[in-house]
Ligand binder design. Structure first.
Ligand code: SIN
Length: 490
């Protein structure tokens, strides 16, 4: 069996361990290599490799394999599962450079950032390996003599994991690590744009000793696989990261079998800079939040609100920083913004920019002549609520600046969206810090920071941004059920 196509030769030649690059699906421990579909290299638009387009039958086989594997997996002690996760974590660290290269090749982000994602992804392995040993129930005093009530934690069952292209490594580990720690088994459907990071992770899982069938990976188009996963009564939980539109559709498809669901959906993050903010820190935070992954994250600042007194200074410093960004293929030394994922993403970004300029926005950064796979990073001033970029996620390196006068006005704009994933604000007034932070309608709030993603912190949104939390102590609860065990006759 050959696990790679001629197209994949380049990437395989660059890896220290070429076996990590698989053009195959994984079902019940068997690697199924087929070249049904092409996967593109976003930096060139050319082919990177191929993958199977898994069928409904294969999806059913993967679900059956996960169900069978769960019998033994959930019997393992928590410490045994923790040890396997730690072994997997260590292999991720040992192969971080190769994993980063695969990630950059399929997703486009600069290599240094890809390496950062591998370490971020690995941090979930470590965190949930540690948490595995703290899945405690509790004992409830009974109202009836001679009886005790135990609240016991049990794994929810076979889980379907549907992950996006923007973080092809970390969005898998953030779901799989708590699920495995809890005693669940998994069927993973990575994005059809970025299957190889998921497959490389599972090669390492195999090497770590995670038994066959515990992790299955289905590559290909999402419709048939998604419909089979959501319709299956064996699948007891679905965890999805992606758009609100698809999340709502999956919720509808899961309704007849009443699955537990975690949905990490779209955002429209406000990033608010008050007059009393530390200017340099605010610019630093805006750069980190807005331009991470070229602006292709759900928690990216989508609307930058700046109070009048600091507006011009903030725009000047931010524009200079954006003009200095190096836009290049992710593998090029010093690249800071890579290509966008595909043509549809580029079209949306252009449409937002054209709409904003037509409605009176002004460009504060120089324009550059870039190859067609790249978006021009920019700062736009004079943004208003009527513009498309005020109500839709741009998902690209465009920083629109909205000027505001009062705290009340900023709050109304910030909360004036159906989304509620992340929100950021910069102030040195501690009374305002509390007041404003509490009033923001968001699952994640960053005060004087543009970074809100850590394995230790609960991650998730309110309103149309989703259901449930990932990471932190909360993250493992999503993969557990509580059984009330009434113990009488004592
Ligand atoms: C996302 O964009 O979906 C996740 C970003 C993160 O984990 O920070």
């Amino acid at each position: 069996m050959t696990l790679h196509s001629a197209f994949a030769a380049d990437i395989r030649d660059s890896l220290s361990d070429p076996d990590l690059f698989r053009e195959a699906a994984l079902i019940d421990g068997a690697w199924i290599a087929r070249a049904d579909m092409e996967v593109s290299n976003p930096a060139t638009g050319g082919a990177l490799g191929h993958m199977p387009d898994c069928t409904a039958d294969e999806t059913t086989q993967a679900i059956a394999a996960a169900e069978a594997a769960m019998v033994e997996w959930k019997k393992k002690t928590h410490a045994e599962r923790a040890d396997l996760l730690m072994a997997w974590y260590q292999l991720m660290l040992d192969h971080a450079d190769d994993l980063a290269l695969i990630l950059t090749a399929e997703q486009g982000k600069p290599l240094a950032e890809a390496k950062g994602e591998i370490l971020y992804g690995a941090s979930f392995m470590r965190w949930f390996a540690e948490e595995a040993r703290r899945i405690n129930g509790h004992i409830i005093p009974s109202p009836v003599p001679g009886k005790k009530i135990f609240a016991m934690k049990e794994p929810v069952g076979v889980c379907a994991i549907i992950t996006p292209w923007n973080f092809p490594n970390a969005m898998i580990t953030r779901k799989v690590a708590p699920g495995l720690a809890a005693g669940c088994t998994m069927v993973i459907k990575p994005s059809d744009f970025t299957p190889y990071s998921a497959l490389a992770l599972c090669v390492l899982a195999e090497r770590a000793g995670i038994p066959k069938g515990v992790l299955n990976v289905l590559t290909g188009r999402p419709e048939e696989i998604g419909a089979t996963l959501t319709a299956s009564p064996v699948v007891r939980k679905l965890s999805f990261t992606g758009s609100t539109r698809v999340g709502a559709l999956l919720a509808e498809q899961c309704a007849p079998t009443l699955k537990k669901m975690s949905l990490e959906l779209g955002g429209n993050a406000p990033f608010i800079v008050f007059d009393d903010a530390d200017l340099d820190a605010a610019v630093e935070g805006a750069m980190a939040s807005k331009f991470r992954n070229g602006g292709q994250t759900c928690v990216c600042a989508n609307r930058i609100l700046v109070q009048s007194g600091i507006h011009d200074a903030f725009v000047a410093v931010l524009a200079a920083r954006v003009d200095a960004l190096k836009v290049a293929a992710g593998t090029e030394a010093g690249a800071e913004i890579g290509p966008m994922i595909n043509a549809a993403a580029l079209e949306k970004i252009s449409a937002h920019v054209e709409d904003a300029l037509a409605r009176g926005a002004t460009r504060a950064t120089a324009s550059r002549d870039l190859p067609e796979q790249f978006a021009d990073p920019m700062v736009l001033t004079g943004a208003t609520p009527e513009m498309r970029l005020a109500s839709e996620e741009t998902f690209g390196p465009v920083a629109p600046i909205f000027r505001f006068e009062t705290e009340e006005e900023a709050l109304a704009i910030a909360n004036g969206t159906p989304f509620g994933l992340a929100a950021y604000f910069y102030t040195t007034d501690m009374a305002r810090a509390f007041r404003f932070g509490e009033a923001l309608e968001a699952g994640l709030v960053g005060l004087n920071t543009g970074a809100v993603s850590h394995a230790e912190a609960p991650f998730g949104g309110v309103k149309s941004s989703g259901l449930g939390r990932e990471g932190a102590q909360e993250g493992i609860e999503e993969y557990l059920e509580t059984k009330a065990f009434h113990f009488a006759g004592l």
